[in-house]
Ligand binder design. Structure first.
Ligand code: ZN
Length: 279
C-alpha cells in the first residue's frame, strides 16, 4: 500500500506534466471506484495543482465556468496512477481514465489502475479536502511543523493500552504512516513495536519523533519503496527497498548487530524487529 513517501513521489512525478493540464473527458469503466459528489461541472477541467495529505493525493481543479473542484485519490492496497501519452490501450484493471491535454497541447491520459479495487476516487466541489470525513479526522502531517516531539508524546499518552506500533498506524494521530515506515521508524528509534503506549518514556518519544521524520525523508529521497507493485505516476520504481533495515527482512541478519530479525503480529500486521537493538 502506498504510504506517505510513495504518494508524495506519485505527486511529484505527475506534477510536471499534469500541472496546468486540461481534462477534457473522464471515463469510468468499473462503477464504484469513482464517486462524483460535485453536483455538476463544465468540462474542460484545468489542473491547478497537486497536493498530498497523509496517504491521499489531492488534485485541485477549476472547471470551464471558473468553479473550483477537488479530486481526491486514495490508493489503498493496489491502486496506482499512470500518466501516458494515451497511445496504448489502458492496462487491465484500469477503472477510471482522465483524458487531458498537457500545457503544450499534447494529448495525455491518466489511468487509475487497481487490481484489488479497494482504492477510491472522489470529486467534490470547492477546494477544501476536509469535506471528506476521513481526511478531516487525520492527525498532523509528520513532516510539518505541527508534528513535534511533544505532539507525538501526547498521542502516545492518549493511548496507554495499544502498542506503540498501533499508535503510529493510527491515522488520526499521525497521517501517512503504514506498515513499512512504522517498522523502519521503530527500528531506528530502538523501540520494540509491541510495547504498550504507557511503557514509552518521554526520551523515547523524542527519539521516535526524529526517527519517523528521518525514515519518511529517506523514503521520499529514494522515491518510495517498490516492494511488490508500487511504481510512481510515470511507471518508475522506487529504491528504498534496497536499504530497508527490517521491513521484508524476516530472518535476515540485523544490519547493526547481526542477530536474525524476528517476525511477529503486532497491531494486526506482520511486524519485523531486532530482538537485540530494539528494547
Ligand atoms: Zn540488531
Amino acid at each position: 500500500m502506498p504510504e506517505l513517501p510513495e504518494v508524495e513521489t506519485i505527486r511529484q512525478s505527475l506534477s510536471e506534466r499534469l500541472g496546468s493540464a486540461r481534462i477534457t473527458r473522464i471515463e469510468q469503466r468499473f462503477p464504484g471506484v469513482f464517486s462524483d459528489l460535485s453536483g455538476g461541472y463544465a468540462l474542460p477541467l484545468t489542473v491547478e495543482g497537486l497536493r498530498r495529505r497523509g496517504k491521499y493525493l489531492l488534485i485541485d481543479l477549476c472547471d470551464d465556468r471558473g468553479s473550483p473542484l477537488i479530486l481526491i485519490l486514495h490508493f489503498r492496497m493496489t491502486g496506482k496512477c499512470l500518466l501516458t501519452d494515451g497511445g496504448a490501450e489502458p492496462a487491465a484493471h484500469t477503472h477510471v481514465s482522465l483524458f487531458a491535454e498537457d500545457r503544450d497541447g499534447a494529448q495525455c491520459r491518466l489511468d487509475y489502475n487497481d487490481v484489488r479495487r479497494f482504492g477510491r476516487i472522489w470529486l467534490f466541489s470547492g477546494r477544501d479536502e476536509t469535506v471528506h470525513p476521513t481526511i478531516r479526522a487525520l492527525g498532523p502531517e509528520p513532516l510539518s511543523d505541527q508534528f513535534t516531539a511533544d505532539s507525538l508524546w501526547q498521542s502516545i499518552r492518549r493511548h496507554p493500552q495499544p502498542s506503540v506500533k498501533a499508535i503510529l498506524l493510527n491515522q488520526a494521530e499521525i497521517a501517512g504512516i503504514g506498515n513499512i515506515y512504522a517498522d523502519e521508524a521503530l527500528f531506528l528509534a530502538g523501540i520494540r513495536p509491541s510495547r504498550r503506549g504507557r511503557s514509552i518514556r518521554k526520551y523515547e518519544a523524542v527519539r521516535l519523533h526524529q526517527a519517523i521524520r528521518d525514515v519518511l525523508l529517506l523514503g521520499i529521497g529514494h522515491r518510495g519503496t517498490s516492494f511488490r507493485d508500487y511504481v510512481d505516476g510515470l511507471g518508475r520504481q522506487g529504491s528504498f527497498q534496497q536499504v530497508l533495515n527490517v521491513y521484508g527482512r524476516s530472518g535476515a541478519p540485523c544490519r547493526v548487530c547481526g542477530t536474525p530479525l524476528q517476525t511477529a503480529t503486532v497491531a494486526g500486521r506482520t511486524t519485523r524487529s531486532c530482538p537485540v537493538c530494539q528494547k
